[in-house]
Design a protein around this ligand. Structure first.
Ligand SMILES: [Zn+2]
Length: 249
């Protein structure tokens, strides 16, 4: 939302959390179960899934794919325009929803879901959860999921993204609730609109194979973002990119 916040968010997200070696994770599973800390599910092979709440920053398929993600909506003007653009180009994206905005514009959430885009929990009031307890985080995330489910019954909420990239203990809580913590690799800095041409330049220069791209459809005037998306989708396709969703571990 602010220069420093965005810079901080980018810096924090650029560093991915180290993953425990597979063997250690397998050894840890019985201990977690015994301690009653079973926040994860076990596969047939007995390995732990999403136990550590790793923040993903890349697409599901990797290679020459890209994921567009849109934060802070829904917005009564910009979200419908963006949906129109995405439909025109036959691209599916991910929407990180601000709970208070979901409550204001529930019909837009049902349109997002009906168009086949993925939903992401982005907190109730765009709070910095960096210092919150797990219980505080869980209450907030549950509240958001409830308003999303009221707006779009049956819709799956696949991801959680922490406002400002200030993760704190939220990745573990989100994972325990069945949501994949979702970061990003490319931030185009559209929080303060620099002009459509500049946004087009930033997207085309910033996208790398497998990148999750952070953009905004809410929280301000996002008309430049919508225009930039309209222009860059054909350019990226011409470069051999296909559109994918962020990874789910
Ligand atoms: Zn946000």
């Amino acid at each position: 939302m602010t220069t420093s916040a965005t810079a901080k968010a980018t810096a924090r997200t650029a560093v991915s959390r180290p993953r425990r070696p597979r063997r250690l994770r397998r050894l840890a599973a019985p201990l977690l179960l015994a301690a009653g800390l079973c926040m994860s599910s076990l596969t047939a092979a007995g390995t732990v899934q999403a136990a550590d709440g790793t923040v993903v920053t890349s697409t599901q398929s990797g290679g020459r794919t890209v994921s567009f993600t849109f934060d802070d909506g829904p917005h009564p003007t910009h979200t419908p325009r963006l949906l129109e653009v995405l439909r025109k180009h036959n691209v599916k994206a991910t929407f990180c929803l601000w709970g208070d905005h979901v409550r204001q514009y529930p019909y837009l959430v049902s349109r997002i879901a009906a168009d086949g885009h993925r939903l992401c929990n982005h907190s109730m009031a765009h709070q910095d959860m960096g210092g919150w307890s797990q219980q505080q985080i869980r209450q907030n995330l549950e509240q958001v999921n409830n308003v999303i489910r009221q707006a779009a019954p049956g819709a799956q909420i696949i991801y959680f993204r922490a406002p400002y990239g200030s993760w704190g203990q939220s990745p573990q809580v989100a994972a325990s609730m069945g949501m994949q913590p979702l970061g990003w690799r490319t931030d185009i800095g559209d929080w303060q609109p620099p002009g459509t041409n500049e946004l087009v330049r930033r997207i085309m220069q910033g996208v790398t194979p497998g990148a999750v791209v952070l953009m905004h459809d809410g929280g301000g005037d996002r008309s430049q973002t919508v225009s930039a998306v309209d222009q860059t989708i054909p350019q990226l396709k011409a470069q051999g990119y296909t559109f994918d969703q962020p990874a789910v571990r």
